[in-house]
Design a protein around this ligand. Structure first.
Ligand SMILES: Cc1ncc(COP(=O)(O)OP(=O)(O)O)c(N)n1
Ligand code: TZP
Length: 523
């Protein structure tokens, strides 16, 4: 069975005047790989009739048919299998009634149900509802993409898994990348009703969905880079290359690329962040109105966000998204919001201090006092960033006396900076600004060189470019410029340090990086 694009029928959702069988055939032409006949109100005789004709059409395309809930209908038409819900006939009974070769799928919406399905040995599970849907009256909350990841972690690797519930073209890439277990296991397919059934052009819709799904599940990227399922961003090349040299070049290139960096940040940080962006040779835009996010995401090169905002426009437009979870450990409200935000969109980089990264990782070694960190520190900061990067499938940057950066595979330690940085407000925010600036610049550069369109989810990536390099560059730009500023004779304390820092960022050049960068590859 190829579960890649799993169509669940829904005749009541067809556009007015559209014939069910014609629409079905169009979706098969578009590449649907399995069809489930789902009839909730028809009498048995009508259900059998519909299933039989569906099976005839599907057989011309060599596409298997599964019957929703009804073992008798599946037996009557000799369907490939059935799909059962948690309150339908028990799996063991269905297994006894159906031929040995029958495929049996089970709906699961929690890790517990996934563990039970694993013990039962079902053939596949339907995980959901992932997003809100009107195609079915939901009895429980939606599980979100992080819910999918948790369920996949609890599921036996032998059992196939499709995601279902509210999946549309515009959230598909996010669904695939967000719904991944810590082991790296992703979904084997996506099941949809309305996106195909209600489409005026089911063939094209199915083609587009399938192209994105295949780009994800076919793992076109070399396995040694990141074993199973692709990352949301391009592979990173840092361990094999001269990192400091590449950082120096990116600092130079950025001044000619002038990326437009959209930043939604605290009022206290706004002016500083905007000035830092300008000093790095980029352009800041500090807009906050939700109504303009979609338009802005098309024009800008990168987005930096902290709380209280949305990032799916950036995801949809293929722009890097830097998440700065300011003081996430300070209140439960912030922790809940961070969880909701990360469930909604895919971050490219998460940047935080020890308390913030600790809170996101669920660690207690460092706690929060407002925006500051207190506690003994992490015994192994490199492993902390690596584990969080693997879990969130993005780059993680931990700022502090040493800065730690990981893509879930490599760990890099940067040891530049000056104590005066800790004495000015928003020093963490400006590191986020610098990272977003270089993520934007490298995304422009990569698309230019490889001629990838601005938005191309067909290659399974959300953004293009070596985002690990961009993150290291952001950290080094601020910390190296901070050293240069602190050494100036006109700097006597934090009051004179801040303008000097902006000056030094403005004149930061490749030779400063080459002379001063203290970078170590831990792994
Ligand atoms: C592939 C797939 N996954 C989940 C479901 C939902 O099944 P169920 O929980 O039995 O709900 P109904 O579809 O019967 O309303 C599904 N049908 N297909
Ligand atoms: C049958 C089902 N089970 C969980 S969500 C759902 C409906 C999926 O429909 P849509 O793809 O239109 O959201």
């Amino acid at each position: 069975m190829d579960y890649s694009l799993y169509l669940v029928t829904g005749r009541h959702l067809l556009p007015p005047g559209v014939d069910y069988y014609e629409s079905l055939e169009e979706s098969l032409k578009g590449g649907v790989t399995v069809v489930q006949v789902r009839e909730k109100t028809e009498d048995t005789r009508a259900f059998v009739e519909i299933a039989k004709r569906t099976q005839e059409i599907c057989s011309r395309y060599k596409v298997p048919v599964i019957i929703n809930d009804r073992i008798d209908v599946a037996l009557a038409i000799n369907a490939v299998g059935v799909h059962l819900g948690q309150t339908d006939m028990p799996y063991e009974t269905a297994r006894q009634l159906l031929p040995e070769s029958a495929v049996i799928g089970l709906s699961v919406s929690s890790p517990e149900e996934a563990r039970t399905a694993s013990k039962l040995g079902v053939d596949y599970v339907g995980i959901g509802p992932i997003w809100w849907t009107t195609s079915k009256t939901l009895q429980k909350d939606v599980i979100g993409v992080r819910g999918v990841g948790a369920i996949l972690s609890a599921l036996s690797p032998q059992i196939k898994a499709v995601g279902i519930g509210g999946v549309k073209q515009n959230n598909l890439i996010r669904t695939l990348h967000g719904g991944v277990a810590v082991s790296g296991r992703g979904l084997d397919g996506i099941a949809v009703i309305s996106e195909i059934v209600s489409s005026p052009d089911p063939c094209t819709t199915a083609q587009r969905l399938l192209r994105t799904i295949l780009s994800f599940i076919e793992r076109p990227f070399p396995h040694f880079l990141f074993p199973p399922w692709p990352l949301p961003f391009s592979p990173t090349h840092t361990p094999n290359a001269n990192l400091t040299q590449r950082v120096a070049s990116l600092i130079d290139d950025t001044r000619s690329l002038t990326p437009l960096v959209h930043q939604i940040t605290n009022a206290v940080a706004m002016t500083q962040s905007a000035n830092v962006t300008l000093a790095l040779g980029a352009s800041p835009i500090m807009a906050t109105a939700p109504a303009e996010m979609e338009d802005l995401s098309k024009a800008t090169s990168a987005l930096l966000v902290n709380f209280g905002t949305i990032g799916h426009s950036a995801n949809r437009s293929g722009k890097p998204l830097v998440f700065d979870p300011v003081a996430v450990g300070a209140t439960t409200h912030r922790q809940k919001t961070a969880h909701e935000l990360l469930n909604t969109w895919q971050a490219t980089v998460i940047k935080g201090n020890a308390a913030e990264i600790g809170a996101l990782s669920g660690l207690k070694e460092v706690t929060s006092r407002g925006v500051d960190s207190v506690g003994p520190g992490f015994s192994d900061p490199g492993e902390v960033v690596k584990a969080l990067a693997l879990r969130e499938r993005c780059i993680v940057v931990l700022t502090g006396a040493d800065d730690w950066i990981s893509d879930g595979q490599s760990i890099i330690k940067c040891s530049n900076g000056n104590l005066l940085l800790a004495g000015i407000t928003a020093s963490g925010c400006i590191v986020g600004t610098a990272i977003a600036t270089y993520c934007g610049a490298i995304n422009i550069l990569t698309r230019k060189h490889s001629k990838v369109p601005a938005v191309d989810h067909g290659n399974g990536r959300l953004v293009h470019g070596d985002m690990l390099l961009a993150s290291v560059t952001g950290v080094l730009a601020i910390t190296v410029a901070a050293e240069m500023a602190a050494e100036r004779p006109d700097v006597h304390g934090t009051g004179t340090f801040l303008p000097a820092l902006i000056d030094e960022l403005g004149r930061l050049a490749p030779n400063h990086i080459l002379a001063r960068a203290k970078v170590a590859h831990i792994t």
